[in-house]
Design a protein around this ligand. Sequence first.
Ligand code: AP5
Length: 209
Amino acid sequence: MRMILVGPPGAGKGTQATRLIDTYRIPHISSGDMLRACVKEGTALGVLADQYMKAGKLVPDDVVIGMILERIAKPDCAAGFMLDGFPRTAPQAEALDVAMRGAHVELDAVVLIEVPDALLEERAVGRRSDPQTGAIYHLKYNPPPPDIADRLVHRKDDTIEAVTTRVQKYHSETAPIIPFYLAKGILKRVDGVGDPDLITQRITAVLNG
Ligand code: AP5
């Protein structure tokens, strides 16, 4: 299975990806997680990416495209992968298409998790992540156990200002790639509002359908 999870910031891509990889047994490749790891390590790429990410802007295409194409060429992706957060611009979608054609492989599905803008700010601002386990919590919708509260991280781009920019960038840069996958006949739309278990069921149903 070679698939992409697309959706606005806070749609639940990361939450759903961690559930789906158990079923499909493919690597979860999150461009955001990879960039945050570079920022944490203080690499040259991380220093550059941090300036864009904390403001809610997209990291330049050439940086992200190189990083992801290198990752999906690794042996653990030979049987499939789940991309989360990539592609999110037309040049990224085109570069992925060219790379996959060159490797003689095809995408099976692009799952679009749809959530109204009005819900996105609250989802992002209330998010907390556990750096030890990678688990994603929400202060209201999925409260973390009290004993790990001290180690939880609030992302620098989960401020109201940065989320507003990220939602704008989603509509101006990422939403325009949707018709490309619709035309290929592999776009699966999923309602992202409701209990996360229900959304996992909806995604599994469209993937198996
Ligand atoms: P990235 O890390 O990809 O962030 P994003 O796309 O903005 O998505 P999020 O991680 O914010 O949300 P999510 O959809 O994964 O939601 P989650 O499951 O966590 O990118 C960050 C930045 O990196 C970008 O802004 C950019 O700067 C850069 N970048 C990354 N990729 C790039 C690329 N390809 N090109 C250029 N730049 C790139 O859920 C959110 C919250 O909601 C959680 O608290 C969760 O518990 C809660 N929640 C989840 N599901 C539900 C539900 N059903 N009901 C209620 N709450 C829920």
